[in-house]
Ligand binder design. Structure first.
Ligand code: SAH
Ligand code: SF4
Length: 416
């Protein structure tokens, strides 16, 4: 979502004579688009500001900060970083044209989102294009800052999304990834209540050879209609990213996730029973307040039970305003969190290798994305990275590849 916002910000700035440069030393305007999901990401943003503050001593430089940290901290940032010129929140991206030429140091952070307007989008080069469909979150998981920084759920009108998809295809992109904190909530706030499945089917109808992906799904919001749509589609890729967060039902309850381990199991089963070669990936948090050794073991056993193809992992990080941050009496020690995270990461590696090994001997459709170190690299429909030994192919081709070997992070094969 941040990458997509950055593309929009760069697009807006292109109307004012700015263009992207590859090296920050060449820039006359630097903006850090921040994430505040964990303390670590927030700290990284501050250290970037520090670097630019030093650069500003030697040359004229305008410095800005936007995204979730800006939304969360607002005016405080102007006080804390005297060399900062501009702060704008997640709700204020479309106010940028009014802010850009204003005199003085500016902070634009509002509770109410400024409506979307039509501007250029400076998309990242490559074959995949991000397409946000819904912004914000209503779920209020007890550890998560997103509902406070991104606001309530707001779906974009289907026609705007479809028009954007048409443009993306016209520009030659071969993959569209629909984005949302919770894509399954798409349309609930719109007239006629269009669903994610409807949107996927409409995009699928557009002419051209391209793939469609969608992230992120909330487990119990995945509908039969969605599973059926993915199953019957040629363009929608067979991947579901369904963060489970913990394998222990009591911890899920404390996290304010609206499902038990058993309910999660039913969703996974339904998807795997219906869709061949589907990948299911997840996110897990290690060391949530009150997580016992037994709870953590339940998370490890969830990997075996659900055979996750991959998972993101993180140690629990207390976030401002969230309920869990107030449960200091139940905090797991830093040392124990680190230990659990390492164990979890080993489990992810084990399961990813196991998942990759399933494909050895199979033929998979690969979209060729790059040529690196003398080898072509691409991804399968179910999002596995493949290195291909052949030379007579081109970036952008869809190629049937026979998988010969698997490692933890990629597959190796040659053209069939
Ligand atoms: N909407 C998605 C997740 C978005 S946030 C969902 O509901 O699954 C991305 C991931 O960051 C989460 O899945 C969670 O695993 C992690 N995360 C969020 N808040 C966190 C915190 N306070 N500490 C550690 N990890 C966190
Ligand atoms: Fe955060 Fe996702 Fe929960 Fe929303 S559903 S509060 S984004 S973890």
């Amino acid at each position: 979502m941040n990458k997509s916002d950055s593309e929009r910000i760069a697009g807006i700035l292109s109307h004012f004579g700015y263009e992207l440069c590859d090296n920050e030393n060449d820039a006359d305007f630097c903006i850090v688009n921040t994430c505040s999901i964990r303390q670590l990401s927030e700290d990284k943003a501050y250290s970037k500001l520090g670097v630019w503050g030093k650069m500003k001593k030697h040359k004229p430089l305008k410095i800005g900060i936007c995204g979730c940290v800006a939304q969360q901290e607002g005016q405080n940032l102007l006080k804390r970083f005297p060399y900062l010129d501009l702060v704008f929140g997640t709700h204020n991206i479309y106010e940028l044209p009014d802010l850009i030429n204003k005199e003085g140091r500016i902070c634009a952070v509002t509770d109410k989102p400024i409506a979307e307007k039509e501007f250029n989008i400076t998309r990242t080069r490559g074959l995949n294009a991000w397409l946000p469909i819904i912004e914000g979150c209503n779920n209020f998981c007890s550890y998560c800052i997103v509902p406070y920084t991104r606001g309530r759920e707001r779906s974009r009108e289907p026609q705007n999304i479809i028009n954007e998809a048409k443009n993306i295809i016209k520009q030659g992109y071969k993959e569209i990834t629909l984005l949302g904190q919770n894509v399954d909530s798409y349309g609930k706030d719109l007239a006629n209540k269009p669903t994610l499945a409807y949107l996927l089917r409409e995009i699928e109808k557009l002419e051209g050879n391209f793939r469609i992906r969608f992230v992120t799904s909330y487990p119990t919001d995945i509908t039969d209609e969605l599973i059926e749509t993915v199953k019957n589609s040629k363009k929608i890729c067979e991947c579901f990213h369904i963060p489970m967060q913990s394998g222990s039902t009591p911890i899920l309850k404390a996290m304010n996730r609206r499902y038990t381990r058993e309910q999660y199991a039913q969703i996974v089963k339904k998807i795997r029973d219906n869709i061949e070669d589907v990948t299911i990936t997840s996110d897990f948090i290690a060391g949530f307040p009150g997580e016992t050794e037994e709870d953590f073991n339940q998370t490890l056993s969830a990997f075996d039970e659900f055979e996750f193809d991959y998972s993101n992992t993180a140690a629990y990080s207390p976030r401002p305003k969230t309920p869990a941050a107030k449960w200091a009496d139940k905090y797991v020690s830093e040392e124990e969190k680190k230990k659990r995270l390492l164990i979890l990461n080993d489990k992810v590696k084990e399961m990813t290798l196991k998942s990759n090994q399933k494909y050895v001997g199979k033929t998979l459709e690969v979209l060729i994305e790059s040529f690196k170190d003398g080898k072509f690299e691409g991804r399968t429909r179910n999002n596995k990275v493949v290195h291909i030994s052949d030379k007579d192919i081109n970036v952008g081709d869809f190629v049937d590849v026979k998988i010969e070997r698997a490692s933890t992070w990629c597959l190796f094969g040659s053209k069939k």
